[in-house]
Design a protein around this ligand. Structure first.
Ligand code: ADP
Length: 159
């Protein structure tokens, strides 16, 4: 059973995240989304809400699980017998941070591989922060998030 983990904040999941998950899930037996449970970071959605949005947005995929953790990513991977970490790379500006993280993870867990994948061109400029900023100003983000996420964003921002 070849498992891969996809760690991130996912506040909320976007079609860019989904693009990566769809590609990666075809290459492995199971992909586990690992939602960071980091109380120090200021998030719009709770961990439970973020997990629910991922589950609802991936119900067309059969080999996806959604978990959350407060652990180091490498420790979560070891505990779940994952072979690799998948990360998305959008711009050169992602590279420096991702490279540093991958090298540190190789130091902490030499056998765990980090795999980078690029999303379809239409999602390259997308991140969760931009989505939230546009949604707050009532801009149209329907091309960039799953329908359920769009509803949840509207509900959250109208409250
Ligand atoms: P972000 O706030 O950048 O969306 P996350 O922590 O939620 O950050 O991202 C988790 C992983 O998904 C990271 O590897 C990030 O580079 C990747 N990712 C985020 N948005 C996209 C996108 N539009 N296309 C491809 N990968 C993405």
């Amino acid at each position: 059973m070849k498992k891969i983990i996809y760690p991130g904040t996912f506040d909320p999941i976007t079609n860019g995240h989904l693009d990566i998950a769809e590609r990666a899930s075809k290459l492995f037996d199971e992909l586990i989304f690992v939602v960071a449970n980091n109380p120090d970071k200021d998030q719009l959605f709770s961990v439970e809400e973020r997990m629910e949005m991922i589950s609802k947005s991936t119900d067309h995929l059969t080999n996806i699980k959604v978990e959350s953790t407060k652990m180091l990513t490498v420790d979560f991977a070891k505990d779940n017998s994952a072979l690799a970490i998948i990360r998305g790379l959008r711009h050169v500006s992602d590279f420096e941070f991702e490279f540093q993280m991958a090298m540190m993870n190789y130091h902490l867990a030499p056998k765990l591989t980090t795999i980078f994948m690029m999303p379809s061109e239409k999602y390259v400029h997308l991140n969760s922060t931009v989505i939230k900023d546009i949604a707050k100003l009532e801009g149209d983000i329907s091309d960039y998030v799953p329908d359920y996420v769009l509803e949840q964003l509207q509900l959250k921002l109208n409250n």
